[in-house]
Design a protein around this ligand. Structure first.
Ligand SMILES: N[C@@H](CCC(=O)N[C@@H](CS)C(=O)NCC(=O)O)C(=O)O
Length: 233
């Protein structure tokens, strides 16, 4: 039994960043378990948490394992309906959130896949050139599409900050990692990015990843090692 949820987040620069931000916005007690990629995420030990060998994963308050960002974000959203972190299934807001999360999880996230592959699998020569060109074109296209979806709105869903913004910021920073696209060519996205970077929960998530002192909103009750989680009754 594990009454405090545990988020397994990946470093460096995992897409689990968005789930950390979401937990901070939810402001209910949670713990974090740091997973190094690719060494630990692909280990037999971690595969007991997530057989796919990816982060994020969540051990919920009911002691159930959940993986996939969309599932985790929706789980957290359901716990935060009263504070508008999530919405009732079947409502227009729920549908709009899911639509945006779907775009981010498939088109926006996947656009970077060729670049990650080239980086992590030591591609060289013609293969690296092709992957990089493909990735760059994908990332540019996804940025143009998201810029159009955002329109003149302050946040991805409109007037209010949502889980989509939390997930966006964890992926959007990859442009720097891969030195691809100048976000200033997408002014609405750049404004959103800057606004989110100033958010205390985003600052907290950066500090956690960098193993710096992190000032949270009060929900974070500390780290737990993977071995300790696996030994939980
Ligand atoms: N479909 C999964 C994808 C998760 C995923 O690809 N996570 C990456 C980090 S962003 C990972 O764990 N990669 C393992 C590795 O790099 O070895 C989701 O949306 O949560």
């Amino acid at each position: 039994m594990n009454p405090t949820p545990i988020l397994f987040y990946g470093v460096p620069s995992g897409c689990s960043f968005g789930s950390i931000v979401a937990l901070e916005w939810l402001a209910q007690p949670y713990r974090l378990c740091r997973i190094e990629m690719p060494a630990v995420v692909s280990s037999e030990s971690y595969r007991r948490i997530n057989p796919v060998g990816e982060t994020p994963s969540l051990l919920t308050a009911k002691g159930e394992l959940l993986s996939e960002s969309m599932a985790i974000l929706n789980h957290l959203g359901a716990l935060g309906i009263d504070r508008k972190l999530g919405f009732t299934q079947g409502s227009r807001d729920f549908d709009r959130l899911n639509q945006m999360l779907g775009f981010l999880n498939t088109t926006f996230f996947s656009a970077f896949s060729p670049l990650w592959h080239a980086l992590e699998h030591g591609s060289a020569g013609e293969e690296k050139k092709a992957l990089t060109a493909f990735g760059r074109a994908n990332v540019r296209k996804a940025h143009a599409q998201l810029e159009a979806l955002l329109g003149g709105q302050p946040w991805l869903l409109g007037q209010e900050r949502s889980l989509a913004d939390a997930y966006f910021i964890g992926i959007a920073r990859w442009t720097k990692y891969h030195e691809v696209v100048d976000r200033r060519d997408y002014p609405a996205l750049q404004r959103l990015f800057e606004k989110l970077e100033a958010d205390p929960a985003v600052k907290f998530a950066h500090a956690i990843e960098a193993q710096q002192p992190a000032l949270g909103a009060g929900g974070f009750v500390g780290h737990i090692a993977l071995e300790e989680v696996l030994a939980l009754p």
